[in-house]
Write a protein that binds this ligand. Sequence first.
Ligand code: GLY
Ligand code: MN
Ligand code: MN
Length: 446
Amino acid sequence: MKLPVLNAEDFKQRRAKLAKKMGKNSVAIIATRAEMLRNGDADYKYRAESSFYYLTGFAEPEAVAVLSTDNTGKLDYILFCRERNRDMEIWNGYRAGLAGAVEDYHADQAFAITDLDQEILQFIQNKDKLYYRFGKDHAFDHKVTTWCKALYDQHRQGVHAAKSIIPLDSILDEMRVIKSKKELDLMRAAAKISAKAHLYAMQKIRPNMMEYQLEAEINYIFGQYGCVPSYNSIVGGGANGCILHYVENNQALKSGDLVLIDAGCEYQHYAGDITRTFPVNGKFTAEQKAVYEVVLNAELAAIEQVKLGNHYRKPHETTVKILTEGLIDLGLLKGELNELIETEKYRQFFMHGTGHWLGMDVHDVGDYKNDAGEWRAYENNMVVTIEPGLYIAPDDMTVDEKWRGIGIRIEDDIVVRGDNPENMTVDAIKTIADIEYFMAEHTCKS
Ligand code: GLY
Ligand code: MN
Ligand code: MN
């Protein structure tokens, strides 16, 4: 598989595009995410903040980017980062340092992160607009307000703080929600590796295996491509498939049950997000088949709605209609279709939305509604997940016993492309015939 990568020029172009949107005599401040302790002295594996990485390509912790435009609109990019330190690098790994920030990451100037408070003031003073997103990190918010106060305090020297403060996300998120050609290539890679992992899980599953063992098979494929899971994988056998965010993954998989796997990898900071549901022993029961067909029909129809001319919510409206019709046909809901939809009776079995934007964040940035409060229209190169499901709780006494504990979700990653949605995760098979055939041919029997 040929794996694409971004280079320093790609990040530079993003900064230039942002600078244009910021306008003249403006400044943006964006910090990466803090490291997080897992236990004792051990951190969680570090992952940069998505928007920071989007603009810098810089994956080290303890870094702040300042993008400053002058009165002509010319951009100055300043990166605050850790200095090189032989002792620290022996313990904790390589650092680009200030020279690396300039040479490898194309910063116009670089400063030590320890000098942030003193050095940043020169770049943020006397600007018309400050772009900063308050509310993500209280400690950093406090720093920004302290810098603003330091500038207010100098007003008798002719220094002023920005006349307006604008959430950076208001322009940056709109850039991120429309993917570039290169970003789509990265997302296709994430999607393909994720799909490969699902197929591998279908091959490796066997009755009485533990859910975490199946999760390990998924992680094995992610690891072969240098990827990590883009979120905690859900591997739920039987009724565990009805728990929407089930991540314990610590039960045995039983013959006769389905397993629901919601797992995707992160490739070069871009996420895949796939759900497949299949029988532990390779054969669907009649009830599982019946519910599965309803979910699959809803999913296929919803994918068709991811196109220009439709608004974001159209696929959800489609899944709600098809799922509710299916629930009536199966005898799980009683009543008239439109009334069951209006009164949201279907929520007994389908209680979540049909998808979300997908990108560097699994639930990616970007507004879902426009300024008028209406669902926004699809635009080319947006990426959205389509993920309907039906979940019949094991203790739901309103339905016949034979249905209880069936949990099914099917999820794919779709690019808006005119009239013709591109399913990036199509390699992960999903029809009943394909799954049963594939598992009969490939699944370990031992
Ligand atoms: N895996 C998270 C989601 O499907 O939204
Ligand atoms: Mn999803
Ligand atoms: Mn998912």
